[in-house]
Design a protein around this ligand. Sequence first.
Ligand SMILES: [Zn+2]
Length: 338
Amino acid sequence: MAETARYRGRGVVGMALGPALVVLAAFNCGGSPGPDPVIQALVDQVNQANISATVQDLSDPMALPEFTTRHTKSPTFPMVTDYLKQRCEGLGLTTSLHTWTRMSITASNVVCEISGATNPENIYIIGAHYDSTTDPAPSPPDYEPAPGATDNASGVAGALEMARIFLTANPGATLRFLFFAGEEQNLLGSKEYVEKLDADGELNNVELMLDIDEIGRINDLDPDNEVCNNPPAQTGPGMLGVCLESSSAHASVLDAFQSAGQLYTSLFFRRNLSPFGSDHISFLNEGVPALLTIEAYDGNNPVADTVNDVFAELDPELTAEIIKMNSAALARLVGVDP
Ligand SMILES: [Zn+2]
């Protein structure tokens, strides 16, 4: 979540559901199907060790000493950009940089794409910000460590793992993985990217934006400090939980992800229909269906945006379970043919 984490601008109501969700509705109307073997096989490819290794690269100085911070304004930030570009290229995705300047900050989003097999004009965006910070913001030129393991190396690692498994699954629609810069400075990278989509005439082709932010930590429930509070607490310590967040206009999108999660994971679910504080807002504000997937009780993550958000805070099982949910939901929406 962003450094001014509780700046929490409210999202704006978006457009009606796109055709892909109609397909899902039809699927669900056919009864109460159990796991689909094709989707189960895809989900089974999600690999905890891969996710951990990426989080470690990005957040543990013992792995890559040059990544002590991923602050967008730090002089070493372009090295992180290059790392992600190389990871996408290494997987075999079509990769480019979207470089922008806003609020006197210049940085690049990393764009990695799998073209749709049957409906390439239909775009699904999977977004995760790759910058990090501390609160209060570090002062230039000596940026203090900002390891950002849960916020948001976890989401970046998860999105890369999704890219890996979908690459050989022949998704029906185009999957565009977006690694945003400048999220912690008030969603700069995603705001710029939405403007680019509009300028390129692609905004109306975006069926859904899936935001993955802070999916790596099991937090204690604090009812007084928790926005993702529907339904009320339903779990004990150690259980793996996710918060699904969007505007009320897109509650059906949350249904789609929860339904997939119930079939293919052991997660418990909570919801927030007052979205704020991450890159999904940039899309919701322009009427694009979007949701955020985030660890349950994220309001009570004590290490986010601090020097203590280190690799040891990561719970790889939770991260993998949320990525399994996201993969299953996305596969059901776009169709796969591995
Ligand atoms: Zn974040």
